[in-house]
Write a protein that binds this ligand. Structure first.
Ligand SMILES: *[C@@H]1O[C@H](CO)[C@@H](O)[C@H](O)[C@H]1NC(C)=O
Ligand SMILES: *[C@@H]1O[C@H](CO)[C@@H](O)[C@H](O)[C@H]1NC(C)=O
Length: 399
C-alpha cells in the first residue's frame, strides 16, 4: 500500500464525514478510548474518479482512485449492484494503489461487461468505508469514419452556414477542431464566438520626400483587428522596432543637417546655424563644428575665444576677418537615441563683405525676437546679432 500513513490532526470535518459515511461503525470500547490517543480513522478519498471515462481501444485508460485512513484503507472496485469487480486478464486490472486499469485491446476483445460498465470505487478499513460516485466507463473501438461537408446554397450577401456531418456512430467522440479552406486558411472555434482565422497583415510602400518623416502602417484586416496588435516592426537589415520604445518610434529616420552660407561685414560677428529637420530635432543634438582646415570646436570649449559653440549649437565667430572666409563650416550632429553621429550634408561658407561706406547697426530678424529660457543655475550665452560698419559696440542692459 502506498497510502499516506502519516498522522493527520483530527479535524472536526473528518469526524463529521466519518459519522455520515461510516456504515457498520465499530465503536471502540470506552476503556480503550480513554487510555490511548485515538488516531484511528475511517477512510477519506484523496482522489475520487470522475463520473464519465470514455476511451479508445487503442489508448486504454487508467481510472484513479485513492483514499487515506488509519489503518490505510483497502481499495475495492464495485459494480452498481454493489458486487466486487475482479481482474479480467488483458482487459481489466486493479492496481494495489487503487487504480483501475483498462489496457488497450483489440476490437474482437471488446466485452460489454468490462468496457461499458458503471463502476464505483470503495475504500474501507475497520473504522468505516466510503464509496465514490458512479463512474460510467465507456470504451470505443476505433472505427474508420469520414466526415462530410455538403454544399451550401446562399444568396449573395447573406450569411452561410456550413455543416460538418459526422457519422452518428462516432459523433459522441468526434468534435470539429477546425475548418480549412482551399487557400490554406484555417478557422478554429475558440469559445466566446472568437474564431481563429488566418490573416495577413500588410505594410504598404510609403512615398516620402527625402529628409521628411514617414509613417509606415501595418494594415491588419478588420475582421481580426480587435484581437491583433503590432508586436514588432522589422526591416530588411534585421533591425527590430518595438511599439512604445522611444528609440523605435523614431525608427532611425534618415535626416540631413544643413549649414547655410553666412553673410557678414568684415569685423562683425558671424553666427552659423546647424539646421536640423524638425522631425528629428528632439532627438538630435549638435556636438561640434568642423572646418575644412580640420579645426573642430566643441560645445564644452570656453566661451571667450574667437570661436565658440553656443549651448544652442550655433557657431559664433567674433571679429570676422578675411582668413575666416577661406574655409567652410560643417556641424556634426548626434542622434541621442541611436547614438549615430553625422556631419551636415552641406558646408556653410562665410561670405565676408567689405564695408562700403557705413552701415548703421541692424539685427538679423530672428535675433530681434530671441528669447532665452534656461535653468536657474546653468550658464548661458546671450548673443547680440547686429551688424554694422564701423563694427558696433555692444552693451547689455538689464531691464
Ligand atoms: C483498436 O481497434 C482498431 C479497429 O479494429 C484496430 O485497428 C486497432 O489496432 C485496435 N487497437 C489495438 C491497440 O489493438
Ligand atoms: C543647481 O544647483 C544645485 C545646488 O548647487 C545643484 O544641486 C543642482 O544640481 C543644480 N542644477 C543644475 C541643473 O545644474
Amino acid at each position: 500500500m502506498t497510502l499516506d500513513r502519516g498522522r493527520q490532526a483530527a479535524s472536526t470535518m473528518f469526524a463529521l464525514s466519518a459519522m455520515l459515511l461510516l456504515s457498520g461503525f465499530n465503536c471502540l470500547n470506552g476503556a480503550h478510548a480513554a487510555t490511548k490517543v485515538d488516531d484511528s480513522k475511517g477512510p477519506v478519498f484523496l482522489k475520487e474518479p470522475t463520473n464519465r471515462i470514455d476511451f479508445s481501444n487503442s489508448t486504454g485508460a487508467v481510472v484513479e482512485c485513492s483514499a487515506t485512513g488509519n489503518p490505510p484503507p483497502e481499495m475495492i472496485w464495485i459494480r452498481s449492484d454493489g458486487t466486487a469487480v475482479g481482474e479480467v486478464p488483458g482487459l481489466r486490472q486493479i492496481l494495489s494503489n487503487g487504480n483501475l486499469v483498462f489496457p488497450p485491446f483489440r476490437a474482437e476483445d471488446y466485452r460489454q461487461d468490462v468496457h461499458a460498465q458503471v463502476y464505483a470505487c470503495m475504500a474501507k478499513n475497520q473504522f468505516g468505508s466510503v464509496i465514490s460516485r458512479d463512474v460510467n466507463v465507456r470504451a470505443v473501438v476505433q472505427q474508420y469514419y469520414e466526415s462530410e461537408v455538403n454544399n451550401a446554397y446562399v444568396i449573395r450577401g447573406n450569411a452561410a452556414i456550413l455543416k460538418c456531418s459526422i457519422p452518428s456512430f462516432v459523433a459522441d467522440f468526434v468534435t470539429v477542431v477546425s475548418w480549412n479552406d482551399d487557400s490554406g486558411n484555417v478557422y478554429q472555434y475558440l469559445g466566446n464566438n472568437i474564431v481563429i482565422q488566418s490573416y495577413e497583415a500588410e505594410a504598404d510602400n510609403e512615398y516620402v520626400i527625402r529628409g521628411n518623416s514617414a509613417i509606415m502602417k501595418c494594415e491588419i484586416p478588420s475582421f481580426v483587428s480587435d484581437f491583433v496588435a503590432v508586436d514588432v516592426w522589422s526591416d530588411s537589415d534585421g533591425n527590430e522596432f518595438y511599439p512604445g520604445d522611444e528609440s523605435s518610434l523614431v525608427v532611425n529616420q534618415y535626416y540631413e543637417a544643413q549649414v547655410y552660407d553666412v553673410f557678414v561685414i568684415k569685423g562683425n560677428t558671424a553666427l552659423f546655424k546647424c539646421q536640423i529637420p524638425s522631425f528629428v530635432a528632439d532627438h538630435v543634438e549638435i556636438i561640434e563644428w568642423v572646418t575644412t582646415d580640420g579645426q573642430t570646436y566643441g560645445l564644452d570649449d570656453s566661451f571667450d575665444g574667437k570661436y565658440m559653440v553656443l549651448p544652442s549649437g550655433e557657431l559664433h565667430i567674433r571679429e570676422v576677418g578675411p582668413e575666416d572666409g577661406y574655409k567652410s563650416y560643417q556641424c556634426r550632429t548626434k542622434h541621442r537615441l541611436t547614438g549615430e553621429t553625422r556631419l551636415s550634408a552641406t558646408k556653410g561658407r562665410l561670405v565676408i563683405t567689405e564695408p562700403i561706406g557705413s552701415k548703421a547697426p541692424s539685427f538679423a530678424t530672428e535675433a530681434m525676437m530671441m528669447g532665452v529660457r534656461t535653468a536657474s543655475n546653468t550658464s548661458t550665452v546671450l548673443t547680440c546679432q547686429a551688424q554694422a560698419y564701423p563694427v558696433p559696440i555692444f552693451r547689455y542692459g538689464v531691464l
